[in-house]
Design a protein around this ligand. Structure first.
Ligand SMILES: [Zn+2]
Length: 430
């Protein structure tokens, strides 16, 4: 199949960060030409008045928790955790799948084409990913057996999930580790060994709250990153989520090890766990930083456009510096830097010849996106309201959302099923 996306304003995210008026030719699952393209494609898609941009990459979420949207808001962290754990304990594999369907729908509609997930029952999440047609880097959570409701050993569950999904185009199985509060040194090292053996990477929570850090210091005498460094766990190509309560020494340890941090500004602010991730210091130390929404119980959306905006505003407000995290850098964190974080920098994150065709088309012929000029396109993407303007979402050269309509799934039926499952789940958790 060949598709010519014609006459759009292309925010390429190439190394020059060029924004050009022109066409994008998609052949099969790849981008085969960008610019003024002369071709005879099977299909021409008119992108006049539209921004054509790379699909966004959400580097930290728990997609199935879309079913738990707005179940514990405006309460202290301990109450939030009590409430979400109580509901989570009652969820079934069917709840996980319909929750993941809901989350994938929301992402497709808000310009996200790839996400990085930590949860249980990732086999059910993989089903949702393939049904909707997104790209999922899915990690089955590894933690100490005594802390889990999983059936069987978490590390073995993770291993068999990886083995079962090795040859999928859209599902990339990875190793997820919950965090220092529920993982022994042995568990961390077993996760590392599995990742090495399966030639993949680890994704884990680290230093999200001050309490996590203090408790870990009490228990081990070390801060979480120092502990993981001394343990010999830190490795190039991993993605650590949050990284809020880091010392400069820990930032350096992560940067030196080649670990990317998935910054989650909305979740961190909303849970009022205090503190702001030291992102400017991470940049100064040469660390690769990407963005994540975290789950819907703490965000309450998977919209990466709003995550970019919040990231920028959070640091501007905290540092009294309007230039500290510019729009271009935020877009980088959600595209090229995110692709780098997940080891896909030659494949995803930009609109360039040879890359996978993961493309989002924003219809800017609307009040909230007018005017859109080449020089203001990136600012509009980050600071205006683009999620409402997402017209088409293409993943792996296939339309997932076309002219505002979901292609592979019956959207009203899915939303109805998700609503009913969410109500039933809440009733069971009462
Ligand atoms: Zn999380």
């Amino acid at each position: 199949m060949s598709i010519l996306v014609k006459g759009g304003l292309i925010v390429t995210q190439n190394w020059k960060r060029e924004v050009v008026k022109g066409d994008v030719l998609i052949e099969g699952d790849k981008i085969s030409a960008v610019g003024h393209v002369k071709a005879r494609p099977e299909e021409v898609v008119d992108a006049t008045g539209c921004i054509v941009m790379p699909g966004l990459i959400n580097c930290h979420t728990h997609v199935a928790m879309a079913l738990m949207r707005s179940v514990a808001d405006d309460v202290k962290l301990d109450k939030f955790l009590d409430r979400t754990f109580a509901i989570d304990a009652k969820r079934t594999p069917e709840d996980v799948e319909i929750g993941a369907m809901l989350g994938c729908l929301e992402m497709a509609r808000s310009g996200t084409t790839t996400f990085l997930d930590i949860y249980y029952d990732e086999d059910r999440i993989a089903n949702a990913v393939e049904k909707v047609g997104l790209r999922g880097y899915l990690g089955w959570t590894v933690l100490d057996e005594k802390f889990t409701t999983q059936k069987g050993k978490p590390i073995r569950n993770c291993e068999s999930f990886i083995r079962g999904h090795k040859n999928s185009d859209l599902v990339k199985p990875i190793v997820s580790v919950q965090g220092v509060y529920v993982c022994s040194g042995e568990t961390w090292l077993a996760a590392r060994e599995l990742a090495k053996k399966e030639n993949t990477f680890c994704h884990y929570h680290v230093s999200e709250t001050r309490n996590e850090v203090y408790e870990h210091v009490k228990k081990s005498g070390k801060r979480p990153v120092e502990y993981l460094s001394d343990l010999g766990f830190l490795a190039k190509g991993d993605v650590a989520a949050h990284g809020v309560w880091l010392t400069i020494n820990e930032v350096r340890q992560l940067a030196k090890a080649g670990v990317s941090v998935a910054h989650c500004p909305v979740s961190n602010m909303k849970l009022a766990s205090g503190g702001v991730a030291p992102v400017p210091e991470m940049f100064a130390e040469g660390m690769n930083v990407c963005l994540g929404t975290d789950g819907c119980s703490s965000n309450n959306t998977l919209d990466m456009f709003s995550e970019m905006k919040f990231a920028s505003l959070m640091h501007k407000a905290q540092r009294w510096d309007a230039a500290v995290l510019p729009a271009q850098r935020c877009l980088d964190m959600a595209t090229v830097d995110a692709a780098k974080a997940i080891g896909a920098d030659k494949v995803l994150g930009s609109i360039e010849t040879g890359r996978k065709a993961d493309i989002v088309i924003l219809d800017c012929n609307r009040a909230s996106m007018t005017p859109t000029r080449p020089e203001s396109a990136v600012a509009n993407i980050v600071y205006a309201s683009p999620s409402h303007a997402v017209r088409d979402t293409i993943v792996d050269g296939q339309f997932v959302l076309r002219a505002g309509k979901m292609v592979n799934v019956d959207e009203p039926a899915t939303l109805d099923a998700a609503s009913r499952a969410a109500d039933a789940l809440l009733a069971r958790a009462r």
